[in-house]
Every structure is written in structure tokens, then in C-alpha cells.
Write a protein that binds this ligand. Structure first.
Ligand code: UDP
Length: 236
């Protein structure tokens, strides 16, 4: 049984490259699509935001001499490429899916509005929100909090490659320990690198709980949707 009726799932673009150094790994994409289809079949309404770090990040680009705004626009296009790839993988296994874009680019996807999103979700479409917020200087984490709040999701599920929030970066510090749950303010006060500040503050100010979990382990998405405490739960 699903504990959540409507969720906003944030997927990292970086994870989508799997073992590859760049782009999209078809195996990882397929694993994501299978897991997403499985929870949609449980009746969970799913809005998805996917990052673009496997293709292009504006900040990295600006360090190499790209104009920041153009670089961010390239990053938003990268998230759209990933959104199309995921939608196509979902369609290929028989799941209903649509892409809405934060920047007008029909016929790639319809232009996002809250009404359109809610309409699609209530019809059982997995709805992917592409191009982040549509604005430079933001990230797909902020895009996820925004869309999660707009669609009145029960929670934002942040799929990462680690299994939750740690006292320090577990990939660098072997003494780091995992939180089962934590408050927004504790994340902010301890400056824990979970999401960018703007995204965390938006979730706090609008009471959107966050669940951080390891999306790269097949089966985990179903577990968190069922309410199993395998990640870190972020609350007021
Ligand atoms: N981006 C942006 N505005 C947004 C969302 C994303 O400008 O609202 C750009 C930004 O350049 C970012 C890139 O898109 O670096 C890719 O998104 P993100 O870094 O969040 O992807 P992830 O790290 O999750 O793969």
C-alpha cells in the first residue's frame, strides 16, 4: 500500500549517466522507468523533475568562459533532453507519460501550467516537468520544490546516489552518520549539503516534507512510497 497519494520525484541528471562519464546510460534509464511505472501502478500520482548535470551545468560552463545566463539555458535544455529520454522509456514499457516545459517549446512538450499538470496527474499520467523553473541562476532542486508545492504534493522525494542525509559527506568522511529524520532548520543551521538553500527554504516555508533516499538501488522507490524508513525524512 502506498502511503503517499501524490509525490514530486526529483531525479538527478548525474545519476542518469550510470557507469558512463557523460550522457544517458540506457540501463539506468530503464531501471528508473521500471521503478516509476511500478509505483504509478500502485495509484500514486507522480510529478517528476529531472536534473541535467549529466549533460551540462551553467555554473561549470561559466567557469569555462560561457555566459552564465546562456550556460543556464543550456542546462535547462539538458534537463529537457533527460525528460524526453525518461518519457520515451516510460512509454516504451506501456506507462502513460507527458512532458510539460517551463519554457515554451511546443511540440517538444506543452507549456507548463498548474492546471494542466493537475489535469494530467488526475488522469493518471506520469508528468515530467522539464527545464527547471525556466529561469537562470536556479537549479532543478528549486524547480522541484516549486513544482512540488504547486501541485500540492504530499512530499518531495529526492532520489540521490547516497541513502540519505549524513552528518558529513559519507563519500569523503568515513565517520559520517546518517540521520533517519531531521528538521529543515537543522539542515540550514548545520549547512548540510542536501539541496541548495533556496530549495530547502521553499520546502520549509510551504510545509513540503522531503524524503532523501538512494534511487540507484532498484526497489528503493517502492519502499519509500510504502513509508519504509530507508532514507532521511525532513520535517518542520
Ligand atoms: N538550470 C537553471 N534553472 C533552473 C534549473 C536548472 O538555470 O530552474 C540549469 C543550471 O545551469 C543547472 C542545469 O540547468 O546547472 C542543470 O540542472 P541541475 O544542476 O540542477 O541538475 P543536476 O545537478 O540535478 O543533474
Amino acid at each position: 500500500m502506498a502511503k503517499f497519494k501524490r509525490i514530486l520525484l526529483k531525479l538527478s541528471g548525474e545519476s542518469l549517466m550510470g557507469e558512463k562519464g557523460y550522457g544517458i546510460d540506457e540501463k539506468r534509464l530503464g531501471e528508473y522507468a521500471d521503478q516509476i511505472k511500478e509505483i504509478a501502478a500502485m495509484g500514486v500520482q507522480l510529478g517528476i523533475v529531472i536534473g541535467g548535470g549529466n549533460i551540462f551545468r551553467g555554473l561549470t560552463g561559466s567557469k569555462k568562459g560561457f555566459d552564465r545566463v546562456k550556460g543556464d539555458q543550456m542546462g535547462m535544455l539538458a534537463t529537457t533532453i533527460n525528460a524526453l529520454a525518461l518519457c520515451s522509456a516510460l512509454n516504451a514499457i506501456g506507462a502513460k507519460c507527458k512532458v510539460l516545459t517551463a519554457i515554451r517549446m511546443e511540440p517538444i512538450g506543452e507549456f507548463y501550467t498548474k492546471d494542466k499538470a493537475l489535469d494530467l496527474l488526475s488522469q493518471g499520467y506520469i508528468t515530467i516537468f522539464a527545464a527547471g523553473t525556466g529561469c537562470p541562476y536556479f537549479t532543478t532542486d528549486t524547480g522541484s520544490s516549486l513544482r512540488g508545492i504547486e501541485i500540492e504534493a504530499d512530499a518531495m522525494f529526492k532520489g540521490t546516489r547516497v541513502d540519505g542525509i549524513y552528518t558529513a559527506d559519507p563519500e569523503k568522511d568515513p565517520t559520517a552518520t546518517k540521520y533517519d529524520d531531521i528538521s529543515y532548520d537543522e539542515i540550514l543551521n548545520k549547512n548540510l549539503k542536501v539541496m541548495d538553500l533556496a530549495a530547502t527554504v521553499m520546502c520549509r516555508d510551504n510545509n513540503l516534507p522531503i524524503v532523501v533516499f538512494n534511487m540507484d538501488k532498484v526497489g528503493n522507490l517502492k519502499k519509500v512510497v510504502a513509508g519504509e524508513n530507508i532514507g532521511t525524512y525532513v520535517h518542520p
